[in-house]
Design a protein around this ligand. Sequence first.
Ligand code: DX5
Ligand code: ZN
Length: 217
Amino acid sequence: MKKYIAPSLLSADFGNLQRDIEMINNSEADWFHIDVMDGVFVPNISFGMPVIKAINKHAKKTMDVHLMIVEPDRYIKQFKEVGADILTVHYETCPHLHRTIQAIRAEGMKVGVSLNPHTPVSVLEDILSEIDLVLIMSVNPGFGGQSFIEATYKKIQKLTEMKNEANPELIIEVDGGVTDQNIEKLAEAGANAFVAGSFVFGSENPSETIKRLKELA
Ligand code: DX5
Ligand code: ZN
């Protein structure tokens, strides 16, 4: 399966956002990972539509938008308008997940569903064939730079078994604490898209770091 590296702009320098976007454009990264936080579902606020629109103006790669917000259904159309290509909602925020998935697809975006560390992959059993991507949180959502939760490997292995049966095309993305120390093992477990924020932007040469992660994955 194709592997995707998705640097998270949450760790970019917001005062030099265009510079960091160009770095990603010119790197071996595949996607822009864009974290939207509302201060309600998660204890942090990141950015909203005007910033995403500005990112989209310069970004030349897939816009992978991760919504950590309550009632995401209210904004699906707007996220499409500001440039989202993949729209991922949290299972924990969607009481009518099937309806939400359909609404995202109706706007022509790829559909992702994310799970918090405490949410078992089994909750997706009846919906797996309807979605393009599962985003496994390997930290509690809300902040960059947290340490990786080891139980994630097992979770990805389980999801990979479910995927082989129900939806072989499914992308398994992992988000939180991804580094050159765990990416190989995550790929072995079955993940094929990798978000990295602080590890990329905190390194001396972010573009080289992206290249290295891609080689290891
Ligand atoms: C956390 C976000 C992540 C975050 C990852 O809630 O979903 O995408 O930017 O940052 P690192 O790679 O630093 O853990
Ligand atoms: Zn994220």
